[in-house]
Design a protein around this ligand. Sequence first.
Ligand code: SAM
Length: 260
Amino acid sequence: MFSFFKKKKPQEPEEGVKNRVYDYEDVTPLMYYFEQETGITFGQQKNILKSKLTLFCKTNDIYSFTTLLNSTKSDAKMKQELMNLLTTNETYFYREFSQIRSVVEHVQKRASSAPIKILCAPCATGEEPYSIAIALFEAGVGVEFSITGIDINSEALQKAKEASYSKRHMGSMDERLVQRYFKLEDTQYKLSEKVKQRVSFEQKNIFESEFTALGKFDYVFSRNMLIYFDKATKLKAKSILESMQNDPSVGVFFGHADLF
Ligand SMILES: C[S@@+](CC[C@H](N)C(=O)[O-])C[C@H]1O[C@@H](n2cnc3c(N)ncnc32)[C@H](O)[C@@H]1O
């Protein structure tokens, strides 16, 4: 009997696909490339890196780590996707607040009324530079100030610009301040324009010359990034960040875990 339901022929693999070798074994070349580009070392976490990259490859139809490495080197978009995937952007408002307090006190004691410039490198999703702005407003400092936040992760910077946060990101900030500087919409805390206007964001890698081209700053924060670097890279980063201070006697504010 004639049937309308013809059996489907198994699909022929596309030209070139037939001989593909799926290979997600040796992650070392990718690990070294990433270390060289960002300073971030994986050492003990090599297996975590391997599983993250295997999943990334399978989701994006990339059939081997070698192919991924080659396209990362030749395709800026792919490189950025990898940076976004492999950097850790955990942060929250009023984190390690004692350092922010000491900057506010320092600003209050300044003899000059010249505008001040503050750098947060890195800023991740923006909570740190915004916390500094809120603390300066709260102290009623008379001088003009501007804060620049930089990070290598473009998705984190996009969130920083949106300045819309969940409760988890409010950290230890006093409820009174939350009410004063945020508007709660559904579950999101939207930061006031007054604070947003004082902070600008730029995508930079601290090891590239575009970063130092930002110039010098009165206060430099660099917290919870160096923990991901090895000793030699920490020292290199430290000297780059120190070179960006207007007054070296102030010192760069590193995170408590960024031990040298
Ligand atoms: C854990 S966050 C720290 C954020 C904030 N400073 C804090 O202490 O809460 C670390 C950030 O460092 C950024 N980062 C890592 N290597 C970098 C590099 N070479 N240049 C710029 N940013 C980098 C990551 O993208 C990440 O957002």
